[in-house]
Design a protein around this ligand. Structure first.
Ligand SMILES: *Cc1c(COP(=O)(O)O)cnc(C)c1O
Length: 437
C-alpha cells in the first residue's frame, strides 16, 4: 500500500517486495536466493535516491557511472516525453528516424576525427561484441582469416557476454569459470599503476614482444583507455596508450578502445584517449551516453574499417539488434550530450577531483588501506583484503551516501552535478569506511 501523501510504502509492503525479490529476482553477480536483500528505491531526483522508508542517499555511483547529470532532470525528461509522443520505437532495418541520425551526427562530431560511422547497440556488452566482430570481420574481408586473435592487457573489463568475457581479465574472479569455452586471446600483464607514473621500459618492451610474436594471428588490440574500470579501478599512464597505437600501426592491427566507462568526461578529458592524443580505429561508448536514463551504447569506426568490412564476401556487417537505435534512448542521449556541452563539465570534474583528493587525504596511511587514487570524477580506496560489502554499505548509508564496493575496492563515480558539499559527504563516508578496513 502506498501512502500517497508521503509517497512512502508501509513497512509490511516493503518487506513483502524485498522477500519476493530475494527469492525470485536475480541481481548483478548475485546468488539466488540473495544473501542480503537489496534496498528498495522508490524515486530519485537530483543526485539523491529515495528509499522506500523515506531515507535519502547521495548516489556516489551515478547508477553505475551513467547518471552524470543526476536523476529526474527536467531537460532529459522533456526529451523522452517529446519523443514518446512521436514514436517509442521503430525497426531500424530499412527505416531510419531523425532522432537516431541527429545522435549519430553528435557522436561523429564529438569523438576523435577518424571515427565516421556509428553502430547503435543496446548495451555496452553488445557494443564490445560488435567491436570484436568488426575487427574479425575486417580481416576476413581482407582475405586474412588467420588474423583472429586480440591483444589485450590483464585487469580489463569489457562486458558479460562470451565474446567480451574472452578479453576480460582471465583470472580476477569474474569470468575464470568459463575459460575453457572462451576464445583464446593474447594477454599482456596489467599496465603499471599510476596516471603520472614514468613509463616502465620493461613493460613497453613486453608489449612490443607480444605484438611482434603474434602479429600474424592478431586482428587488433582492445583496451580501456587510461582507466580500467570493473576489472580493478586502475589508472595508467597515457604513454602506454600511445605505445599501443604505435604497435597497432606497426603491425597493421585495429586499435579498439572501450570508452564505455571513461567516455563523456569522466576522467577529466572528454575521452580517455584524449589524454594520450591518439585516436582508435574502433571505439565503444555506453553508460553515460543516455545520462543514465536508458540502455543504449554505440560502436564507432573509421571509413577504412567500414569500407573494408563492406568490401568482403559478406558485403555487410553481420549484426542488427531488434531495438537498434531505439528512439527514446537516442532522444535522451542527444539531450544528455547537449546538456554536457552546455555546462562547464571540465570544471565540474576538476572540482570533484580536487574535493575527493582533499577528502581522502591521509586514508592511504590507514592500516587496512593499500592505495588511494583519484582521477577526474573517480575516487578509489583499495583495501588490503576483500571488503565486507554489507558492512561497508551500512557505514556509507549512515553517512547518507550510496556506494557499492566490490572485491577490495571502495570507490565513487559521482554525478558531475554534485555540489562541493555533496562530494565532501561522499569522501567522508569513504574515509569512515577506510578507518574500519
Ligand atoms: C560497463 C562496461 C561494459 C558493459 O556495459 P553494459 O552496458 O553493462 O553491458 C563494457 N565495457 C566497460 C569498460 C564497462 O565499464
Amino acid at each position: 500500500m502506498i501512502d500517497v501523501k508521503l509517497g512512502r510504502m508501509s513497512p509490511a509492503e516493503i518487506e513483502r517486495l524485498r522477500a519476493f525479490d530475494r527469492d525470485h529476482v536475480w541481481h548483478p553477480y548475485a546468488p539466488m536466493p540473495a544473501a542480503v536483500p537489496p534496498e528498495v528505491v522508490v524515486s530519485a531526483s537530483g543526485v539523491r535516491l529515495t528509499l522506500a522508508d523515506g531515507t535519502e542517499l547521495i548516489d556516489g555511483m551515478s547508477s553505475w557511472w551513467a547518471a552524470i547529470h543526476g536523476y529526474n532532470h527536467p531537460e532529459l525528461n522533456a526529451a523522452v516525453t517529446r519523443q514518446l509522443g512521436r514514436m517509442a520505437h521503430v525497426m531500424f532495418g530499412g527505416l531510419t528516424h531523425p532522432t537516431a541520425v541527429r545522435l549519430a551526427e553528435r557522436l561523429v562530431d564529438l569523438t576523435p576525427e577518424p571515427l565516421t560511422t556509428v553502430f547503435f547497440a543496446d548495451s555496452g556488452s553488445v557494443a564490445v561484441e560488435v567491436a570484436i566482430k568488426m575487427t574479425l570481420q575486417y580481416w576476413r574481408s581482407q582475405g586474412r582469416p588467420e588474423r583472429h586473435r586480440l591483444l589485450t592487457v590483464r585487469g580489463g573489463y569489457h562486458g558479460d557476454t562470451f565474446g567480451d568475457m574472452a578479453v576480460c581479465d582471465p583470472v580476477n574472479g569474474m569470468h575464470q569459470l568459463f575459460t575453457d569455452v572462451l576464445a583464446k586471446h593474447v594477454f599482456a600483464p596489467p599496465p603499471p599503476l599510476g596516471y603520472l607514473a614514468e613509463p616502465d621500459p620493461a613493460y613497453l618492451e613486453e608489449l612490443r614482444r607480444l605484438a611482434a610474436a603474434h602479429s600474424g594471428e592478431l586482428a587488433g588490440i582492445i583496451v580501456e583507455p587510461i582507466v580500467q574500470g570493473a576489472g580493478g579501478m586502475r589508472f595508467y599512464a597515457p604513454e602506454y596508450l600511445q605505445a599501443l597505437r604505435e604497435l597497432a600501426d606497426e603491425h597493421d592491427l585495429l586499435l579498439v578502445l572501450d570508452e564505455i566507462a571513461t567516455g563523456f568526461g569522466r576522467t577529466g578529458e572528454m575521452w580517455g584517449c584524449d589524454h594520450a592524443e591518439i585516436a582508435p580505429d574502433i571505439m565503444c561508448v555506453g553508460k553515460a551516453l543516455t545520462g543514465g536514463y536508458m540502455t543504449m551504447a554505440a560502436t564507432l569506426c573509421t571509413d577504412r574499417v567500414a569500407r573494408g568490412i563492406t568490401s568482403g564476401e559478406a558485403g555487410v556487417l553481420m549484426h542488427g539488434p531488434t531495438y537498434m537505435a531505439n528512439p527514446l534512448a537516442a532522444s535522451v542521449a542527444s539531450a544528455s550530450i547537449d546538456l554536457l556541452l552546455s555546462r562547464d563539465w571540465r570544471d565540474e570534474v576538476d572540482t570533484i577531483e580536487a574535493v575527493l583528493t582533499a577528502g581522502l587525504d591521509g586514508a592511504a596511511d590507514l592500516p587496512g588501506v593499500r592505495d588511494v587514487r583519484v582521477l577526474g570524477a573517480i575516487g578509489v580506496i583499495e583495501a588490503r583484503e576483500p571488503v565486507d560489502v554489507p558492512a561497508v554499505q551500512k557505514i556509507a548509508m549512515d553517512h547518507g551516501v550510496w556506494l557499492r564496493p566490490f572485491g577490495r575496492l571502495v570507490y565513487t563515480m559521482p554525478p558531475y552535478v554534485c555540489t562541493q558539499e555533496e562530494i565532501e559527504q561522499i569522501a567522508d563516508a569513504m574515509y569512515a569506511i577506510a578507518e574500519t578496513l
